[in-house]
Design a protein around this ligand. Structure first.
Ligand code: AP5
Length: 214
């Protein structure tokens, strides 16, 4: 299965990906996680990305495209992958297409998790991430167990100002690629409101109709 999870910031892409990759046995490739790792490691790529990320702006295409295309060329992606947060612009979507065509493979599905803007700020402001396990919690909707609370982190771009900017970028740069995938019959729209388990059931049901190419 070669698939993309798309949706506004805080829609639940990371939360759902963590469950789905176990079901499908494919790697979860989050461009946001890869960029945060590069920032933490202090690499040249991370230094370039850091300021854009903190402001909620998109990291330039030429930085992100090379990073993700190289990643999906690794052996663990030979039988599929779940992209989360990439592509986010039309040039990224086109670069992905070109890379897959060169490799003689194709996308199987694009899942759009839909959540209204009004709900997003509450989701990201309550998010806490576990740097040890990668688990994603929410102080109200998915409270963390007491033994991990002290090590949880609140992302630097989960402020109201950065979140507003991220939403703006989503509507301006990312939402326009949705018709690109809809026109090719790949798009599955899923309501992202409700308990994470309910959303997972909706995604799983939507993916049942997908014919997976080899
Ligand atoms: P990235 O890390 O991709 O962030 P994002 O797309 O803004 O998405 P989030 O990680 O914020 O949210 P999510 O949808 O994964 O939600 P989650 O499951 O955590 O990107 C960060 C930055 O990196 C970008 O702003 C940009 O600068 C840069 N970047 C990354 N990719 C790029 C690219 N391709 N091009 C250019 N720049 C790029 O859930 C959120 C919260 O809600 C959690 O607390 C969770 O517990 C809770 N929650 C989840 N589901 C539910 C539910 N059903 N009900 C209630 N709460 C829920």
């Amino acid at each position: 299965m070669r698939m993309i999870l798309i949706g506004p910031p805080g829609a639940g892409k990371g939360t759902q990906a963590q469950n789905l990759v176990t079901t499908f046995g494919i790697p979860h490739i989050s461009s946001g996680d890869m960029l945060r790792e590069a920032v933490a490691a202090g690499t040249e790529l991370g230094k370039t990305a850091a300021d854009f990320m903190k402001r909620g702006a998109l990291v330039p295409d030429d930085v992100v495209i090379g990073m993700v295309i190289e990643r999906i060329g690794k052996p663990d992606c030979a039988r599929g992958f779940m992209l989360d947060g990439f592509p986010r612009t039309r040039p990224q979507a086109e670069a992905l297409d070109e890379a897959l065509t060169r490799a003689g493979v194709a996308l199987d599905a694009v899942v759009l998790i839909e959540v209204a803007d009004e709900l997003i700020l509450e989701r990201v402001s309550g998010r806490r991430s576990d740097p040890v396990t990668g688990a994603i919690y929410h102080i109200k909707y998915k409270p963390p167990p007491a033994d991990v609370v002290d090590r949880l982190v609140h992302r630097a771009d989960d402020t109201a100002v950065a979140c507003t900017e991220r939403l703006d970028k989503y509507h301006r740069d990312t939402a326009p690629i949705i018709p690109f995938y809809a026109a090719r019959g790949l798009l599955k729209r899923v309501d992202g409101v409700g308990a994470p388990e309910e959303v997972l059931m909706r995604i799983s049901a939507a993916l049942q109709t997908v014919q997976v190419a080899s």
